[in-house]
Design a protein around this ligand. Structure first.
Ligand code: NAD
Ligand code: TYD
Length: 365
């Protein structure tokens, strides 16, 4: 299904973004169109996490949307032959740890098999390019810090040389995809770069992840479900800083390398929830005048819950000159204000299937 067509066939060759109807992909496309001239083709299967509303404000005619699966070899091969991209950026994935615990199948299908098939299509396409195009082509794989496993409180942050020790089905499926990407470079010479990023937050994040879920539950008068003791630590990065880092790696990253991206902003979950409550108490006080903190409920922990993630982003900073612009405090305030200003976005993404998920994940806790 094409929503927008590229108008000018002589325009510079496009990039192909997979998973561009999701949280980070849609933010990336928005940033790309604002900063770059090349068109974008967005290939997305539109799972529960993919949402046309995430880019409905983008009327730029350089954007084309194609509905499809990264694992559909015929569709991807035909698409590559038609649009002739100069890069493929693979954001498409099943991305939620709790869902991977309840049902890992889709994670293996998309993150492992889907990435494998996309790599094979990319290799076939890349081998047919002329020498100059082959030289310029990039396959950028977007991945996560969760491939490295968990850290103790006193451990140094994850660097690119850390061994992979994934603990959840999600993390294991992403680690497998990272290994495939590495092997396709080492064995076939495919020009790849991989990014491993920490937890993102910002506009258009599906309300199953910690920050948008807490905002939605708070405003709906529901409990704020904190897993275990709430002392698990994540290194939070605003999504626009992640997207800018990806643009930077695409332009300047060395082939076959991996780049860790993080916000240098480690927070315990309970502190994140307290900060969200403080912001909401000011921005949208409860009718009874009490704090949203009254809604916090400690619930049964996630099985295999990783205790701490932290990213050492020295390679991004030293080699590519990237640093995050947003602090956690300014970024979180901006994010809460976005959700307050866009209630219909949340209402539309919360379908019957979302209610089924909430029931499945929280009722037995
Ligand atoms: P998301 O779940 O919001 O979006 C994923 C998108 O991929 C959706 O639009 C979905 O429809 C699409 N998709 C799923 N399976 C597909 C398939 N088989 N073919 C085509 N499209 C498919 O995820 P996100 O948070 O935007 O994450 C994007 C990428 O970034 C993922 O690879 C994730 O592992 C990685 N990442 C996420 C975070 C984070 O904090 N969210 C942090 C680091 C890395
Ligand atoms: P999440 O946003 O699912 O990201 P990830 O598991 O990839 O880090 O969760 C972030 C942290 O918040 C994680 O430690 C689990 C915790 N969490 C809760 O305490 N309650 C919740 O309802 C959710 C969704 C997450």
């Amino acid at each position: 299904m094409s929503v927008f067509q590229i108008p000018d066939p002589a325009a510079s060759s496009p990039i192909l973004v997979t998973g561009g109807a999701g949280f980070i992909g849609s933010n990336f496309i928005r940033l790309w169109l604002a900063r770059e001239t090349a068109p974008v083709v967005n290939l997305d299967k539109l799972t529960y996490a993919g949402n046309l509303e995430n880019f409905s404000d983008l009327t730029d005619r350089r954007l084309e949307f194609v509905r499809g699966d990264i694992g559909d070899v015929k569709l991807v091969k035909d698409l590559l032959a038609r649009i002739r991209p100069r890069a493929i950026l693979n954001f498409a994935a099943e991305s939620h740890v709790d869902r991977s615990i309840h049902g890992p199948d889709d994670f293996i299908a998309t993150n492992v098999v889907g990435t494998f098939r996309l790599l094979e299509c990319a290799r076939d396409y890349w081998q047919r390019l002329d020498a100059a195009e082959r030289e310029a082509f990039r396959f950028l794989h977007v991945s996560t810090d969760e491939v490295y496993g968990t850290l103790a409180a006193s451990d140094p942050a994850f660097s690119e040389t850390n061994a992979f020790k994934p603990n959840s089905p999600y993390a294991a499926s992403k680690a497998a995809s990272d290994h495939l990407v590495r092997a396709w470079h080492h064995t076939y010479g495919l020009p790849v770069v991989t990014t491993n990023c920490s937890n993102n937050y910002g506009p258009y994040q599906f309300p199953e992840k910690l920050i948008p879920l807490m905002i939605h539950n708070a405003l709906s008068g529901k409990p704020l479900p904190v897993y275990g003791d709430g002392m698990q630590v994540r290194d939070w990065l605003h999504v626009e800083d992640h997207c800018e880092a990806i643009r930077c790696v695409l332009a300047k990253g060395r082939l076959g390398e991996t780049y860790n991206i993080g916000g240098n902003s480690e927070k315990a979950n309970i502190d994140v929830v307290h900060t969200l409550c403080d912001i909401l108490d000011t921005e949208r006080p409860r009718a009874d005048g009490n704090s949203y903190k009254e809604q916090i409920a400690f619930v049964k922990d996630r099985p295999g819950h990783d205790r701490r993630y932290a990213i050492d982003a020295a390679k991004m900073t030293g080699e590519l000159g990237w640093t995050p612009k947003e602090t956690f405090e300014t970024g979180l305030l901006q994010t809460v204000r976005w959700y307050l200003a866009n209630p219909t976005w949340t209402e539309r993404v919360i379908s019957g299937a979302y209610r089924d998920w909430i029931q499945k994940n929280y009722s037995a806790r």
